[in-house]
Every structure is written in structure tokens, then in C-alpha cells.
Design a binder for this molecule. Structure first.
Ligand code: F0G
Length: 362
């Protein structure tokens, strides 16, 4: 007779409970997030002459890293008796908040910059049943409104200004150390509202303090050139980039991002929209990892560190054995708007061997 085996711990809270602000009394709202692969990327490594790993956060339940923080933020909100969630978003936070609200059985309001949300993400907010409000303004305006609406006590704010979000997101750093046996030498990631770089740095420091790693990585963040307030050290009133997820001119965790960069002796740099889209295509076609444009900023950034004299941090002289981790933050299917052109150009051929062979080409 078969005995039933206990299933392995699923979800960020169950796996990392002792590091999170939860108790036995916290109702766990989870969709089985986290435990995402740290992929050794041979071709990418060959391209840049270093050992490169990609932490693929696009395979979380709603397709982005936001789910790690959302499980903690929503569980804590429910514990405190919240009846409704609210967030501002460039798309992924709203998709995640909407899903976890549905899972918890409470309502969710998402405030979005009109016309600036990638198709897949907007679709998710509707699919999970959120109340969607589009404003004539950008993400920074939306976050300002959310802060104000959150003050009344009617809504629990689940943006990364909520410390429970950061607590959940730091588990990605734990997973990297657990997978590699130590911290990497360099960690590259896209930066928008700057919650994620803050969370990773917190996670790396926490594990290091506990002796679970021998070193701390150098943190290198990448902003889109048209939306780079931290790089230019000034608020960008009208941020513009094809990477709509990081189209942010006044990041909420600006100071914490600065601290992470300074303390880790890292850097903040910019990548152009062209570099972002080229990196997105490269990663999909050489590693089979399809990410949204914002996520490709870390790969575009890796190329810049390795190739360009203008890089804020050059990899040309780093030890050959250095291990580099790039986080890719969201799934490519969320943001099909650029690639859809190629799909539209597809023409059908007659269903005969000859015409199919001709269509395949040489
Ligand atoms: N990559 C993706 C795919 C994102 O959606 C975001 C942020 C980032 C990177 C940047 O992370 O803000 O922690 O620095 N998206 C937020 C949202 C702003 O509303 O979904 P960050």
C-alpha cells in the first residue's frame, strides 16, 4: 500500500517563515510563489566571457516577482482585518494584487496610468476581478493618489512602500544563495520604483549576517535611459521608455536603492530602449527565456558592463571566476505589444509539401 508523502513546502511564507514578519496566527494567502529557477546560462556566459546565471522570476504564479512580496503583504493585511487592497502600478503589481485579493476573497482597486499598461497585465487585472481605475497621469501620480486613499483606513496599500512587500521579495536573494551555495559576486537587476533592489540587498545582508554566505554581491541596477531619476539624481517629470514596467520618474525607494548601491560598492546605470529590445530578443533566441522588456534591462546592462567603455561599472577587469546573477523580473507574454508586429506579418501558404518547404526556406 502507498503511504502519502508530505508535499514539499510551497510558497514563500512556508519556505522562509522564520525570516518573515508572520506568526502562527497569520492566515497564509499563497499561490505557490517563489522557488523560481536560477538558470546557468551557457550561451549568455560565452557571449560575455563570464559565468552567468539568470534568476527567472517570470515563472511566478502571475508571471512576475511581485508575487513574492504580495503573498506576505496580503496575508498580513488579512491578519489586520483589511477588507480591500489598493495599489498604483505600471502593471505587474496590479496583476499580482488582483490575484492575491481574489485568493483571499477581498476586493482590490488598482490605479493605473491610462494607455501605459502592457496588454497582458491589464488583462490580468480584469481577469482576477479588480476594480480598475485608469488616470490621466503617470505612475508617480497614481502612487501619490494611492498614498492619500490609503490614509483613510478603507484600503490596505500593497505597493512596495508597504514593508511586508519588501520582506517577501528579499526571499529571492535567499533562493539564489541556497541554489549557488554562496552569494554571487555581482547581481544585476532592473530598477523602477526601487523596491526590488532594496529587497535583494536586505536579503543578501540578512543571510550573510547569519553565516549562510561568505560574501555580499556588488549590486548593479539598470534604469531605462528615458526614465532614470536615480542615475541622473533628479526627478524625471515625464519618464518615457518602451519598458513600461519601469517608466517611473520619482521612485519611492530611491534612498534605499542608493544605500544598496553605495554599501555594495555597486552602481546605477542606464540602458536605451534599443538595447533593451535587442537584449530581450537575444535572451529569448539564445537561452529560451522570454521576458518582458523591463526585465531585459538587466541583460542589456550585462552587455553594457562587458562591452562598453561608457559603463558605470566595467566587467573588463573582474576576475574570470566571478559569478554574475541577472534577475529577469517578468514574463514576456505579459507585454506582447512590440513583438506582435512580427506575428502580424505571418502569411499562410497552401497545405502542400512543396509550399511548406518553400516557406521553411533554405
Ligand atoms: N521589472 C518589472 C517587470 C516590473 O514590473 C518592475 C516594477 C520592475 C522591474 C522594477 O522593480 O519597482 O521594485 O524597482 N513594477 C512596478 C509595478 C512598479 O507597478 O508593477 P522596482
Amino acid at each position: 500500500m502507498h503511504t502519502q508523502r508530505r508535499t514539499s513546502k510551497s510558497g514563500v511564507i512556508e519556505r522562509y517563515r522564520e525570516f518573515l514578519p508572520v506568526t502562527g496566527a497569520t492566515p497564509v494567502v499563497s499561490l505557490g510563489e517563489g522557488n523560481t529557477p536560477v538558470l546557468f546560462c551557457l550561451r549568455l556566459g560565452k557571449r560575455v566571457g563570464r559565468a552567468v546565471f539568470v534568476k527567472n522570476e517570470g515563472v511566478n504564479p502571475t508571471g512576475s516577482f511581485k508575487d513574492r512580496g504580495m503573498t506576505v503583504a496580503v496575508s498580513k493585511a488579512i491578519e489586520r482585518g483589511a477588507k480591500a487592497l489598493i495599489c498604483a502600478s505600471t502593471g505587474n503589481t496590479s496583476a499580482s494584487a488582483a490575484a492575491y485579493a481574489a485568493r483571499a476573497g477581498i476586493s482590490c482597486v488598482v490605479i493605473l496610468p491610462a494607455g501605459k499598461i502592457a496588454t497582458g497585465k491589464l488583462l490580468q487585472a480584469f481577469a482576477y476581478g479588480a476594480k480598475v481605475v485608469a488616470i490621466d497621469g503617470n505612475f508617480d501620480d497614481a502612487l501619490r493618489l494611492v498614498r492619500e486613499l490609503g490614509q483613510g483606513g478603507d484600503f490596505a496599500i500593497v505597493n512596495s512602500i508597504n514593508p511586508d512587500r519588501i520582506a517577501g521579495q528579499k526571499t529571492a536573494a535567499f533562493e539564489i544563495i541556497d541554489a549557488l551555495g554562496d552569494a554571487p559576486d555581482f547581481h544585476l537587476l532592473p530598477v523602477g520604483n526601487a523596491g526590488n533592489i532594496t529587497a535583494y540587498w536586505a536579503g543578501y545582508r540578512e543571510y550573510h549576517a547569519l553565516g549562510k554566505s561568505t560574501k555580499l554581491p556588488v549590486m548593479i541596477g539598470f534604469q531605462a535611459a528615458g526614465a532614470a531619476p536615480i542615475f541622473y539624481n533628479r526627478v524625471v517629470e515625464k519618464p518615457e521608455t518602451v519598458a513600461s514596467a519601469i517608466r517611473i520618474g520619482n521612485p519611492a525607494s530611491w534612498k534605499q536603492a542608493r544605500a544598496a548601491i553605495t554599501e555594495s560598492r555597486g552602481a546605477i546605470d542606464i540602458v536605451s530602449d534599443e538595447e533593451i529590445l535587442a537584449a530581450q530578443t537575444w535572451l529569448a533566441q539564445h537561452e529560451g527565456i522570454f521576458v518582458e522588456p523591463a526585465s531585459a534591462a538587466s541583460i542589456a546592462g550585462l552587455f553594457k558592463c562587458c562591452d562598453s567603455k561608457e559603463a558605470a561599472y566595467s566587467f573588463q577587469k573582474i576576475p574570470e571566476k566571478s559569478r554574475i546573477v541577472c534577475t529577469v523580473t517578468g514574463h514576456g507574454l505579459k507585454d506582447p505589444d512590440v513583438i506582435i508586429q512580427q506575428v502580424k506579418e505571418l502569411k499562410s501558404v497552401p497545405a502542400t509539401i512543396d509550399s511548406v518547404r518553400r516557406a521553411i526556406g533554405p
